[in-house]
Design a protein around this ligand. Sequence first.
Ligand code: OFO
Length: 182
Amino acid sequence: MLSPKMNDALNEQINREMYSAFIYMSMSNRCNELGLKGFTNWFMVQYHEEMFHSMRIYEYVCRQGGKVTLKAIAQPPADFASPLDMMTKTLEHERYITQSINNLMDLAISEKDHATQIFLQWYVTEQVEEEENDNEIIAQLKLIQDSPHGLMMIDRDLAGRMATVPTDFSKGVEAAAKASAG
Ligand code: OFO
């Protein structure tokens, strides 16, 4: 059972995660325009991750007998100066998402909502990984400075990123995650 306040807060997070997906789809598109296939792939994988994050909350609210209320997704930015600009904005955004997850966890603790605390634990861990990945790529981009050769090497590396989350939610998010984990 979810309190109305917790239910509303989770609905907000569904929206935030979908907005995250939109941002990364927009960045993927920009990278494609720049001819950076690896970055294009990396951001599209990120898009799928965010959709999974969102749908996981969607399913949790349903399973708890709550009410999913979908809200309009804001238009994402589209003009980015460079891969470093995109990755810096990605890290800024992920820090904001980390804070929003922490706020949800604080609410779950204050309400003694144990089920939601356990559910949110996955997101707490996930955000550490999100920020770590972004920091790593930012460090590499700073290291190469303006070297096109260095950029191509990073781009080749990012081309290898594969989605580790399910993308077909027709049978439910948790079921899809279990199936893809083998
Ligand atoms: Fe859902 O972690 Fe990024 O935003």
